[in-house]
Design a protein around this ligand. Structure first.
Ligand SMILES: [Zn+2]
Length: 62
């Protein structure tokens, strides 16, 4: 039987803080998760600017 364990420290989780064993572990994991989410690379470039140039070059065929 596979029993779940705290994702932070590996201890048996507590129903109250499932799937973690304590609020501290839950908080620690959440903190890491949020940290990664908020550190998203800036890939919001101008798609229009790129498309405009590409369309003119590849639209001349036949
Ligand atoms: Zn834990």
């Amino acid at each position: 039987m596979k029993s779940p364990s705290c994702a932070t420290c590996g201890k048996p989780p507590v129903a109250r803080y499932s799937p973690f064993c304590s609020l501290r572990c839950a908080d620690a994991d959440l903190g890491r998760w949020f940290g990664e989410v908020y550190r998203v690379p800036d890939t919001t470039a101008d798609p229009d600017a790129m498309k405009g140039s590409d369309d003119e070059d590849g639209g001349v065929t036949g």
